[in-house]
Design a protein around this ligand. Structure first.
Ligand code: PLP
Length: 408
């Protein structure tokens, strides 16, 4: 677990902090890059010194399930960008989410959330937490009044995600955090889709901010990881739980995520810009029924998104004419997209929710979440925008040809 040490670099711009935060150590043989500390344990010549480290009185590491220098550098970088007091990391985003919920909730406690959380998170809410006697109320994501009413009925935690995946809905974080705090609940926000470059939930009132670092933070689709940032007391409790459950981040993955994060601000700037252009292109295309992107004026919560986000992110989704058959014909025609279950990478990634974010859900559960079967989630990479638009135009044109042939 990483706590804030007052640092002049805390006040630089987000780009500068993305590059430098967590990197001020004194490394092995004066290496300028953070070494990958592939060491399970850390040795001491002096038992008194070892004891001081074990008791947290002196900086140091004992055993890598608890802390590790490479992992600590990654935690510090995220902590700094999210302007939080402390951060701790996990083997994956779901590791972060499940450890946080199980560390903070006990039988009889209630948690209020929304229907559109990430598919794995939704499974925790409907399948696992209730088994431990935790009351879960899942509200319609767009109905702020309903969420406020559920919070008012009493709960220990309010769990939010914004924008959501795959229909990129937006919830008013400042408004719901204020209501939650009036009722003494802890506010947890999954900030994976926005990243701290576009949105800093701590500044909007969140107590805890969670990331699947696997996505935009790492950005290169080569390492899994998760992180939770927030106040030192809460993060300390979650860290203690994780020490024991053992869902720790691997040092090699931490290194890859750290390296990816140095270009986070550049990637996000490009992805924000491209996604908006692509969303506008798709909105004007006759084969597209509907486009979901918070940057579009047609988006239901566009005004909230404008208030709480600096950019609208790299993920959009759209429904095309022709149902799931059209989706199956369209996707393989894309030249510049991996058809895969991931998002936030430098390469464009596309897929239907039934095989990606909501692979764990049934067709009925997806329909209940308002996810059309002909929906395509499109995570914009850092390729040239014109190439991506040409690629989409070409693939959409071919779908029409395939349909015509089938009819004749
Ligand atoms: C992918 C994702 C997760 C889960 O992260 P993993 O690293 O795959 O465990 C959680 N929340 C959101 C919004 C995600 O996109």
């Amino acid at each position: 677990m990483r706590r804030r040490s007052e640092n002049k670099r805390d006040h630089a711009g987000l780009g500068t902090r993305g590059v430098w935060a967590g990197e001020e150590g004194n490394y092995w043989e004066r290496a300028t890059q953070i070494p990958v500390a592939l060491s399970v344990s850390f040795g001491y010549d002096d038992v008194n010194e070892w004891l001081k480290v074990a008791q947290g009185k002196t900086h140091g590491h004992i055993y890598s399930r608890n802390t590790n220098p490479t992992v600590a550098a990654f935690e510090e970088k995220v902590r700094n960008l999210e302007t939080a007091e402390a951060a701790t990391s996990f083997s994956s985003g779901m590791g972060a989410i499940s450890n946080t919920l199980f560390a903070l909730l006990s039988p009889g406690d209630g948690v209020v959330s929304i229907k559109d959380t990430y598919g794995g998170t939704n499974k925790l809410f409907i399948e696992f937490l209730p088994r431990f006697g935790i009351k879960v109320s899942l509200c319609d994501t767009s109905d702020h009044q309903a969420i406020e009413t559920a919070i008012g009925q009493g709960c220990k935690a309010v769990y939010l995600e914004s924008p959501t995946n795959p229909t990129v809905k937006v919830v008013d974080l400042a408004r719901l955090a204020a209501v939650a705090h009036r009722h003494g609940a802890v506010v947890i926000v999954d900030n994976t889709l926005a990243t701290p470059i576009n949105q800093q939930p701590v500044k909007l009132g969140a107590d805890l901010v969670i990331h699947s670092a696997t996505k935009f933070l790492g950005g290169h689709a080569d390492a899994l990881g998760g992180v939770v940032c927030g106040g030192a007391d809460l993060v300390g409790r979650i860290y203690h739980f994780r020490e024991i459950t053992g869902a720790c981040l691997d040092p090699m993955a931490a290194y890859l995520l750290l390296r990816g994060m140095k270009t986070l601000h550049l990637r996000i700037a490009r992805q924000n810009e491209s996604a908006l252009k692509i969303a506008r292109f798709l909105e004007s295309h006759p084969h597209v029924i509907r486009v979901f992107y918070p940057g579009l004026e047609s988006h239901e919560q566009h005004e909230i998104a404008r208030r709480q986000m600096r950019g609208f992110g790299g993920v959009l989704s759209f429904a095309i004419r022709g149902g799931f058959d059209a989706v199956k014909s369209f996707l393989p025609r894309l030249r510049y997209a991996h058809l895969a279950a991931n998002l936030g990478a430098v390469e464009t990634v596309a897929g239907p929710p039934s095989t990606t974010s909501h692979v764990e859900s049934t067709k009925e559960e997806r329909a209940a979440s308002g996810i059309p079967e002909a929906l395509i989630r499109y995570s914009v990479g850092i390729e040239d925008t014109e190439d991506l638009i040409a690629d989409l135009r070409h693939a959409l044109g071919k779908v029409r040809l395939a349909k015509r042939r089938a009819r004749s």
